[in-house]
Design a protein. Structure first.
Length: 497
């Protein structure tokens, strides 16, 4: 490896990580908070949520690579990715807030089945996905332009995944309890428990969104691009051909799509814990901390270890091993529920679930880091073989996988909840019964069973299937190191000419 390599400063790294934390607060406000808000606060029917989220994911199949094409064609004084990081947070702030504001007009005494409320939810959600993409693809893509040192790249991507997890954890642990507390404080003024809960959720969502976007803005201000490449004028169709023609990237994309149901755990966890353990209006923070701590603790440990493991083991072997480590505990969650459907809040069963969730989270965390590192490697592969770096287009694939995962999770959730009737007016009736002293575990057992099923079986199946494409990956670590060494020498030669 040539010693004339360029990389980021500690301050730049720290500002990038704060921006990543803020950006993932925004993602989880939508990815976990918004579904809960639609279903359990303003009572939009589950199947309606599934339909417009599916439409949004179909559009993302076009929108994400299109945005990646724009990034790769950008040629500004700030670089290719930085312009979008400078100006997108404000737009994301506005649209994120608007996704919650339909609750102002919803009827607290009936499910939100009218066209206006559902239409607002659908349009604002699709617009949010488009706006979020403008910042998300450059945020990940810029990492391969901040440094040409493989170790530094693996390190910042690992830390980025940890920061992203922290952002998600902040939202998961705060948005429901704080919004309920705010709603309770407003009840005497508003005059309705259901309506005050809606206002409470809107207020907290706005506050968290402002904080998240403020942190996200730091990345655009402080990050610098050091790895340059020739100007690229490939069209939208050309970039699809490039993505599909790059074997390592193609394998990652297929594997990511297959394991999409893994995101169900995070999107259902908020609903499951608040209903099963907290009886919706009860104290469930202890259980959220224990089980959420298991998931995020496992993720953080794994994400911190991956850069060290990459130095000792082949990435594809680590990827397959991490998938298996995650798939097995996922498969155990539903059988554990069936063994003790009324007792999972007892210490012994909590300890069992803590271990299971930690192992599942650990596998997820390792896969997240490995995916980002291996996509960055695929960018090097493309530059080595064809002379250009499709950072924007390839990291649009990661953005697409992330949002597709959320969409598939929403579709599966919607179908599952519709089967047992946990939708619309039935959710409202369930909330009212729990408010009047009913027991969710005893009186609404089919709902509880579906929540545990959704967290377990679909993710396990998806994970096992996702191993298949990685078996014949197309680029070994030794081959990548040789490519990267050649690329650094090539860039140094070009800069000296």
């Amino acid at each position: 490896m040539s010693t004339n390599t360029r990389t980021y400063t500690p301050k730049e790294r720290n500002m990038y990580l704060l921006g990543m934390l803020g950006q993932n607060m925004i993602y989880n406000i939508i990815g976990t908070g918004l579904y809960f808000y639609f279903q359990s606060v303003i009572f939009i029917p589950a199947i309606a949520i599934s339909i417009f989220m599916a439409v949004a994911r179909v559009w993302d199949a076009i929108n994400d690579p299109m945005m990646g094409t724009f990034v790769d064609k950008t040629n500004s004084k700030w670089g290719k990715c930085r312009p979008y990081l400078l100006f997108s947070p404000v737009a994301i702030l506005v649209i994120t807030i608007l996704t919650f504001c339909n609750g102002i007009y919803s009827d607290a005494n009936s499910s939100a089945t009218n066209t206006f409320i559902v239409g607002w939810a659908a349009v604002s959600y699709i617009l949010w996905g488009m706006t979020y993409t403008i910042g998300d693809i450059p945020l990940w893509g810029v990492t391969s332009r901040m440094t040409e040192v493989e170790k530094d790249r693996a390190s910042i991507l690992s830390l980025a995944r940890i920061a992203a997890g922290l952002g998600g954890g902040i939202v998961l642990l705060t948005i429901i309890p704080i919004s309920q507390a705010v709603g309770t404080a407003l009840e005497s003024t508003v005059g309705s428990t259901a309506k005050s809960q809606q206002y409470g959720f809107i207020i907290v969502a706005i506050i968290l969104t402002i904080i998240g976007c403020g942190l996200f803005q730091l990345t655009g201000v402080f990050v610098r691009e050091r790895v340059t490449s020739k100007e690229q004028n490939f069209g939208f169709i050309d970039n699809f051909k490039i993505m599909w023609g790059n074997k390592p990237f193609r394998k990652q994309l297929i594997s990511g799509v297959l394991r999409s149901p893994i995101q169900i755990l995070l999107s259902v966890a908020m609903t499951l814990v608040s209903y099963y353990y907290g009886n919706y209006f009860g104290n469930y923070m202890l259980y959220m901390i224990i089980l959420g701590g298991g998931i995020f603790g496992g993720q953080f440990v794994a994400m911190a270890l991956v850069p060290k493991l990459i130095e000792k083991f082949e990435k594809t072997r680590l990827f397959i091993g991490s998938t298996l480590i995650s798939a097995v505990p996922f498969a155990l969650i539903y059988p554990i529920y069936k063994m003790a459907p009324q007792d999972l809040d007892k210490p012994v069963w909590l300890a069992v679930l803590l271990v299971v969730f930690a192992l599942a989270g650990g596998g997820m965390g390792a896969l997240n880091v490995l995916q980002s590192v291996m996509i960055a490697d695929a960018v090097d592969y493309e530059e080595y073989h064809n002379g250009f770096r499709p950072d924007g287009v390839f990291f649009s694939g990661q953005s697409f996988i992330t949002k597709l995962s959320a969409g598939i999770s929403a579709i599966i959730q919607g179908i599952g909840y519709s089967i047992v009737g946990f939708s619309g007016d039935n959710v409202m009736a369930c909330n009212e019964a729990l408010r009047n002293g009913a027991s969710f575990k005893a009186d609404f057992a089919p709902y509880a069973a579906m929540m545990f099923f959704l967290c377990s079986i679909p993710p396990a199946i998806g994970l096992f299937l996702s191993i298949i494409p990685i078996k014949n990956y197309g680029m070994s670590d030794d081959e990548h190191r040789s490519m990267l060494d050649a690329l650094v020498q090539r860039r140094n030669k070009e800069s000296n000419e």
